[in-house]
Design a protein around this ligand. Structure first.
Ligand code: NDP
Length: 400
């Protein structure tokens, strides 16, 4: 079918690359390009011989548009799958525009020096992508990603109007460390230490970090504390779900994680303000990342399951209705299959599927689009086929 250029070779990329290699009829060729080329070469070494997909590697600093343009011109991919960090979204989109290449990512742009993420920067490319005749698919991970596909599916098949959405992200896995993050520590800690917020009656309601707590009993995981966070898909879903009254996002955290985080915050280790240390400038959070376990090494030690999904309340044929769509994923099963824990797996699989939707032309709509704007059905089928089967319940326990 075609060729993909994958930028980044960390925890999420490793899973997406394994999955592309399982799907060789679509991904006939992939080029893995990242800042540290040795990681790309090591992965190529591991996968070569197990797949029909032809793998090449390259070194690129995705902060530089010129380097990216040269690489895209050399590789000539049908799609660029951005699995580097949110800081690189705009430079990669610029390079895709210059070379008229389709674009997919899993996280919205965030400036490195401000802990703030929102879609405005990427939505500003809409007209230019449309005029260039190329598609940018934003947020094709799990959350954002599958959660948006779940919303589009629920709206298409189960409701006339959805009024309330609660997105519940539960990681019931245990890696045995007192403190570690399941994806890039810098991005993760920026996200969870920010103020919380939710969308209600047409506006944002802001909360203090971790101010709103609920307890929920997750299937195959058990009872967990979960906390309301700001999360990027709320912003696009608030626009794309007609009749919506409230959208909230909750993530589970254990007490040990929260105690460590509070302590690190209190001593200034989560700050992104540069400080001078022995004559050179360092960012405390980046230093902290360097001493924390690399999430891509958590695979062999993480046991337990994730359970992530959306609970909907709305109307069908004039009657009130509730509905729950979710996926349960087992850390050890993921490790056996692709050598990664379930948080990387649940992000990397939808990233491959999003790229596949564009490569095959199943989704094609020039412009810059969030995932819930596309027909959810082929993506939902692909989730079942590629390792993230979904489940549904018509009598979910609601969150108060
Ligand atoms: P990692 O830190 O494990 O990997 C990031 C990769 O990007 C590394 O290979 C890194 O290279 C590379 N990289 C960083 N900067 C550059 C650059 N300037 N040029 C080229 N390559 C670069 O992160 P994760 O795999 O955990 O996360 C990847 C993305 O997935 C993030 O954007 C994250 O926010 C997103 N994510 C999305 C989720 C979702 O559900 N939607 C859930 C989890 C994560 P190097 O090896 O040199 O450091």
């Amino acid at each position: 079918m075609g060729k993909a250029l994958i930028i980044g070779c960390g925890g999420v990329a490793s899973v997406a690359i394994h999955k592309c290699c399982q799907n060789s009829s679509v991904f006939e060729e992939i080029c893995i390009a990242s800042r540290t080329k040795e990681k790309c070469d090591a992965l190529k070494e591991k996968l070569q011989g197990t797949t029909k997909t032809k793998i090449t590697t390259a070194k690129v600093d995705a902060d530089h548009v010129d380097e990216l343009i040269a690489l895209i011109q050399q590789v000539k991919p049908d799609v660029v799958l951005n699995l580097a960090l949110p800081y690189q979204d705009l430079t990669i989109m610029d390079a895709c525009l210059a070379t008229k290449t389709n674009y997919v990512d899993t996280a919205n742009y965030e400036p490195e020096d401000t802990a703030k993420f929102e879609y405005s920067w990427q939505w500003a490319y809409r007209e230019r992508f449309e005029q260039a005749g190329i598609t940018a698919l934003l947020g094709s991970g799990f959350d954002p990603g599958v959660t948006g596909v779940f919303c589009a599916y629920a709206l298409k098949h189960e409701f006339d109007e959805i009024n309330y959405i609660d997105i519940l992200d539960c990681n019931g896995g245990d890696h045995g460390y007192p403190f570690a993050t399941n994806f890039n520590p810098e991005i993760n800690i920026r996200e969870v230490s920010a103020k919380g917020s939710y969308w209600e009656d047409g506006h944002w309601v802001e909360t203090e970090p971790m101010e709103i707590k609920r307890v929920y009993n997750f299937e195959e995981v058990g009872e967990k504390d979960m906390y309301l966070l700001h999360h990027e898909e709320i912003e696009s879903l608030a626009l794309n779900m007609p009749g919506i009254k409230r959208i909230r996002f909750f993530m589970t955290f254990g007490q040990s994680y929260l105690t460590h985080l509070k302590c690190l915050e209190n001593v200034g280790m989560t700050s992104i303000e540069p400080i001078m240390y022995e004559g050179r400038e360092i960012v405390p959070l980046q230093f902290l990342k360097a001493v924390l376990p690399d999430p891509s090494t958590l695979g062999p030690r993480t046991k337990g399951k994730t359970n992530i999904g959306c609970i909907f309340r709305g109307k069908k044929d004039g009657k009130e209705k509730s509905y729950y769509l979710y996926n349960i994923c087992d850390h050890q099963e993921c490790y056996k299959e692709v050598g990664s824990q379930a948080v990387a797996y649940t992000t990397g699989v939808p990233a491959m599927i999003g790229a596949m939707m564009l490569m095959t032309g199943t989704w094609s709509r020039p412009g810059v689009h969030n995932i819930e704007e596309f027909d959810p059905d082929p993506f939902m089928d692909a989730l079942n086929r590629w390792g993230l089967p979904w489940r549904e319940s018509y009598e979910p326990v609601m969150v108060d």
